[in-house]
Write a protein that binds this ligand. Structure first.
Ligand code: XLS
Ligand code: MG
Length: 345
């Protein structure tokens, strides 16, 4: 199979994940042992949260953080791995319960700000030029608790401060409409791109589109990707799937809607995504009830599904498509797509 794609995932994608209402089905797998699994599984990019690089980050001195970064950088080099991005994990601390950048409490906004600047330092020290902002808690459970206009201004001010702090770093905003909040402030790539253009350096503010997040917003992930690509703002993707409006499922790519997955690959292929070194990130989790000690099949299976879909895109009869489009015979076009995906002539 022909492929020049490079794949990435984060340590949180190996084995982790639990059903909040059931017993433990998988023991946690030691964090430090995960990195040795990347290459054998067919992945070379590592996506990090700040505390994936520096565990217990809030209790570490700058020296300790520097040493840990050097260790991780050496480990990546030894394993032949590339750090794709670092994201501040602004959702597990008491300071960020009501959001970080958009919190009403000044001390909490300061915490989020400091941690974000530290994330930039960490990214640079391990050799990455991208910081991902999944704005997890920047929203509300109760709308009247924050001023949404002020919230957007605060998010924009944070982006500008990041751009000012480091003149080379890129910021990739990962939109998601809900969970953990009821409503998030940057629910779609349209919002992220608007923030990019409003920022002091639009070139360096891009998006990371996760299929499931687009689906949670009721949108087509392929269209969301195309929108970002049209603005040259697709920093990365988190391919996965989602079965309707439920909890964030992080299912295997294509497992719920194969045709939508085909169309995501089609959009990426047509844009030459990957030619500038962009990764195919897979933000997939093992099924909640899947037993096993170190579960990785969801990663290898999603990667394989992606590659099969690349093949489907490349073998799709474009001339037939052109004829059906010209004749406005959409029933015939749809049936041809379905037969192609089902592998029938
Ligand atoms: C959560 C997000 C998260 C980001 C990285 O819904 O997908 O895992 O990708 O912070
Ligand atoms: Mg994600």
């Amino acid at each position: 199979m022909n492929s020049n794609y490079r794949f990435s995932f984060g340590p949180w994608n190996i084995s982790e994940g639990a059903d909040p209402f059931g017993p433990e089905v998988r023991p946690a797998f030691p964090h430090e042992e995960k990195f040795a699994l990347y290459r054998p599984l067919g992945f070379e990019g590592v996506q990090f949260h700040d505390d994936d690089v520096v565990p217990d980050i809030d209790n570490r001195t700058p020296d300790q953080i520097g040493r840990k970064c050097a260790e991780v950088k050496a480990m990546l080099g030894n394993q032949g791995l590339v750090p794709e991005f670092v994201a501040p994990r602004l959702w597990f601390t008491p300071e960020t319960v009501d959001g970080g950048y958009t919190s009403n409490t000044e001390a909490h906004r300061r915490y989020a700000f400091d941690r974000t600047m530290r994330t930039i330092d960490i990214a640079r020290e391990i050799g990455s030029k991208a910081v991902v902002l999944w704005l997890s808690r920047e929203g509300t459970y109760i709308r009247e608790s924050k001023n949404p206009r002020v919230a957007y201004e605060r998010i924009l001010a944070t982006l500008n401060a990041m751009l000012e702090y480091d003149k080379e770093i890129e910021i990739w905003i990962e939109p998601k409409p809900n969970e953990p909040t009821d409503h998030a402030y940057v629910p779609t790539i349209g919002h992220a791109v608007a923030l990019a253009y409003a920022s002091t350096d639009p070139r360096r503010v891009k998006g990371l589109i996760e299929s499931a997040h687009a689906l949670l917003a009721g949108l087509d992930p392929g269209d969301e990707m195309a929108f970002a690509l049209a603005h040259d703002k697709l920093g990365s993707v988190h391919l996965n799937d989602q079965n309707g409006l439920k909890y964030d499922q992080d299912k295997n790519f294509g497992a719920a809607n194969l045709r939508a997955a085909f169309n995501q690959v089609r959009v990426l292929e047509e844009a030459g995504y990957g030619n500038k070194g962009e990764f195919i990130g897979l933000d997939v989790k093992a099924m909640r009830t899947q037993a096993g000690n170190c579960v990785t099949e969801h990663l290898t299976n999603s990667r394989a599904i992606f590659l099969h879909l690349v093949d489907k895109v490349r073998t799709w009869d474009r001339e037939l498509e052109r004829q059906f489009v010209e004749a406005r015979d959409y029933e015939a076009l749809e049936f041809a797509v379905m037969k192609h995906l089902m592998g029938v002539k």
